[in-house]
Design a protein around this ligand. Structure first.
Ligand SMILES: NC(=O)c1ccc[n+]([C@@H]2O[C@H](COP(=O)([O-])OP(=O)(O)OC[C@H]3O[C@@H](n4cnc5c(N)ncnc54)[C@H](OP(=O)(O)O)[C@@H]3O)[C@@H](O)[C@H]2O)c1
Length: 265
């Protein structure tokens, strides 16, 4: 059995993942992390008797008893510190939290390599996002211009989304887009052209009624390709990918981004 500590187990995404662990057959939820219900049992808080593990206020407290895999599903402001503590305590780490930047990932990679542990960071565990990434990489080999649009609910605090950041980072490994008019020659507010992330222009919409959608538009003379992922309102699309990441992360050393690091696509 793989012993799991889940940070953010009472949240929207973390609670859906927590409920899937008891039925998995090979994973055991040993500890949860969340502040509001610290000191209580996750079973009581989520109303599911199968989740009989304690909730700790911090990752440091939860990891006094070591685990095999630490899952980070809290918020961007606590994610980096949680991941570093987990690595120091000898756990492999799966990161679902979005909002970490390149500097955070560089530090996490260095610590993971020093500890000989694997870290798998997925801005979005949904299968259709993994496919979007793969198809976009193929398109970027042939089409030199694209822009990314990231849609999310109005109360999402981080922008761009982890999905958009990850997509931009992956496309930068294929090539950097070549806009016809360089951004510094934009006439009008520069912000109108979006943020530059890993070389890609990224535009983030935050409006009621969206959940999470990601779109990349490739353009070339007289033809255009749009690739788009949309998720519904439940956290179900993220569960299977997260379970796979938990099962496979121990085969990795250092930081890897994207579920395809452990998928045969
Ligand atoms: N990779 C993916 O596929 C995927 C899918 C969905 C969401 N996400 C990302 O996952 C993250 C969580 O999203 P969510 O919608 O589940 O958020 P949420 O519903 O607000 O849940 C956050 C969870 O983290 C806990 N938490 C927050 N800050 C904490 C801290 N400082 N210390 C300890 N626990 C803390 C919360 O409990 P307390 O407030 O009681 O501490 C709660 O259990 C976000 O970054 C989101 O973008 C990723």
């Amino acid at each position: 059995m793989i012993k799991v500590c889940l940070a953010g187990a009472t949240g929207w995404a973390g609670s859906e993942l927590a409920r899937a662990i008891p039925g998995s057959g090979d994973l055991r939820l040993a500890a949860a992390v969340a502040r509001t219900h610290a000191g209580r049992s996750l079973a009581e808080v989520l109303g599911d008797p199968r989740l009989a593990c304690p909730i700790y206020r911090s990752a440091a407290e939860a990891l006094v008893d070591p685990c095999d895999v630490f899952v980070e599903y809290t918020k961007p402001d606590s994610a980096r510190a949680n991941v570093l503590i987990a690595l120091e305590r000898g756990a492999h780490v799966v990161i679902g939290t979005s909002g970490l930047g390149d500097t955070d990932f560089a530090e996490i990679d260095a610590v993971a390599r020093a500890q000989r542990r694997g870290v798998l960071a997925c801005g979005n565990f949904a299968l259709t996002v993994v496919l979007l990434q793969k198809f976009a990489e193929a398109a970027a080999k042939l089409i030199p211009q694209w822009e990314i649009i990231d849609y999310a609910h109005d109360d999402k605090i981080d922008a761009p989304s982890g999905t958009a950041r990850e997509l931009a980072a992956r496309l930068s490994k294929v090539r950097h887009p070549e806009p016809t008019i360089p951004l510094e020659r934009t006439v009008g507010p520069r912000e109108a052209r979006g943020a530059t992330l890993s070389g890609s222009q990224v535009h983030s919409l935050r409006l009621p009624s969206y959940v999470i959608s990601a779109e990349v538009v490739f353009g070339m003379p007289d033809q255009r390709l749009t690739l788009r992922h949309d998720s519904g309102s439940s956290a179900r699309p993220y569960v299977d990918g997260a379970l796979l990441a938990i099962r496979r992360v121990s085969t990795l050393v250092g930081l890897h981004r994207g579920l395809d690091a452990v998928l045969d696509l």
